[in-house]
Ligand binder design. Structure first.
Ligand SMILES: Cc1cc2nc3c(=O)[nH]c(=O)nc-3n(C[C@H](O)[C@H](O)[C@H](O)COP(=O)(O)OP(=O)(O)OC[C@H]3O[C@@H](n4cnc5c(N)ncnc54)[C@H](O)[C@@H]3O)c2cc1C
Length: 112
């Protein structure tokens, strides 16, 4: 999954990143335009996909919760090969299953 590491231009509403992106790369891309996701893991060489599978806790969690609490949308590849967008209001069961899903569900990219 590490080759899925593209980052789209960050906006004030969020940033789309592919799941193999390291948080260090998200940090560089967002702070370059004066923005930042609410929560980073303390160790930033983990990937977005890897930490969203377990929750993602960091120095700002006392204020903003876990990284999974700040995900807006996921693009999920299902076991039968379909690519589905999900969010708290679109396919919410799939959305909640993938986040902290311990890698039992795959996601390709996510805005954080
Ligand atoms: C040195 C170190 C420091 C850490 N510090 C923190 C910390 O500060 N805060 C914190 O919350 N956690 C921390 N962790 C734990 C970390 O969040 C987990 O180990 C996380 O799973 C690491 O992801 P990875 O991308 O590095 O590993 P990977 O080996 O790439 O992924 C781990 C697992 O996640 C799943 N996975 C990865 N990508 C996807 C995907 N796209 N779709 C579906 N499943 C996927 C797979 O099951 C995979 O086996 C730390 C870990 C280490 C080793």
């Amino acid at each position: 999954m590490r080759s899925f590491n593209a980052i789209e231009p960050p906006t004030a509403n969020g940033v789309w990143v592919q799941a193999g992106t390291r948080w260090r790369e998200v940090l560089a891309a967002t702070t370059a335009v004066g923005l930042t996701p609410p929560v980073f893991t303390d160790y930033v060489d983990t990937t977005v996909g890897g930490t969203l599978c377990v929750g993602g806790i960091g120095g700002a969690s006392h204020r903003h919760g876990l990284q999974v609490d700040n995900v807006l949308t996921l693009e999920v590849v299902t076991g039968d090969g379909r690519k589905i967008f999900c969010s708290p209001t679109i396919q919410p069961l799939l959305f909640r299953s993938v986040l902290v899903g311990l890698g039992q569900f795959a996601h390709r990219r996510s805005p954080v």
